[in-house]
Design a protein around this ligand. Structure first.
Ligand code: HEM
Length: 182
């Protein structure tokens, strides 16, 4: 069977996958850079606005992805893929969803419990949904700063495996590519 004829993820799943991937890959370095000392105030403010509001969009998109994934299951893997690889891939994907939710929710709580704005949501007049509490903000900050390590490690594993399938042309990468189109 030609690669183009193999069963692939739905157009919505592929578009959401690549959109979230680009946003997360941008959000992590922005989060690290915005905390560096010596940044000009306007630059730091802009990075914080991009990070916080981008992070909230990621949260909404990941929630949408999970709902969509439950309604539209993954297509079957090519029969050449060993069982153990399929199982590892499954758990890595599950952990990536969980870590993205943890990162986005802890970031949100850190900001709201600390009494800071999330500009996009404030413009929509949404309530903070989280009580003001320095202790809560501190705990959320620690979770946010720690969960990035397993997130980055699993992202590297996921990207590495994806590139391996791309080079091997075994039909796995073609399931999630192209981002748009049929
Ligand atoms: C999946 C989404 C997100 C990712 C991957 C992410 C990633 C990161 C990373 C890597 C850092 C640097 C941590 C450090 O160096 O200690 C950071 C910091 C930060 N993020 Fe996020 N973030 C996300 C979502 C959010 C959201 C939704 C908000 C708020 C609405 C947010 C608010 C913050 C804040 C305030 C900091 C600075 C923490 C501090 O006070 O030290 N993040 N983020």
């Amino acid at each position: 069977m030609r690669q183009a004829d193999l069963p692939r993820y739905s157009a919505v799943t592929r578009a959401l996958h690549w959109l979230v991937a680009i946003m997360v890959v941008a959000t992590i370095p922005i989060g690290v850079i915005m905390l560096q000392e010596g940044l000009a105030r306007p630059t730091q403010d802009l990075l914080f606005i991009l990070h916080k509001n981008g992070g909230v969009l990621i949260l909404l998109l990941v929630a949408l992805r999970i709902i969509w994934r439950l309604r539209s299951p993954a297509p079957p893997l090519p029969a050449t893929i060993p069982q153990w690889q399929a199982r590892v891939a499954h758990w890595v994907q599950f952990a990536l969803y969980a870590l993205l939710l943890i990162m986005a929710i802890s970031g949100y709580i850190r900001v709201r419990a600390g009494g800071f704005p999330v500009e996009m949501l404030d413009a929509l007049s949404l309530p903070p949904l989280v009580p003001r509490s320095e202790a809560l903000a501190e705990t959320a900050q620690q979770i946010h700063a720690t969960a990035r390590f397993p997130l980055v490690a699993l992202m590297l594993l996921h990207v590495g495996a994806g590139l391996r399938h791309l080079v091997a042309r075994d039909g796995v990468f073609a399931r999630i590519w192209p981002p748009v189109g049929r």
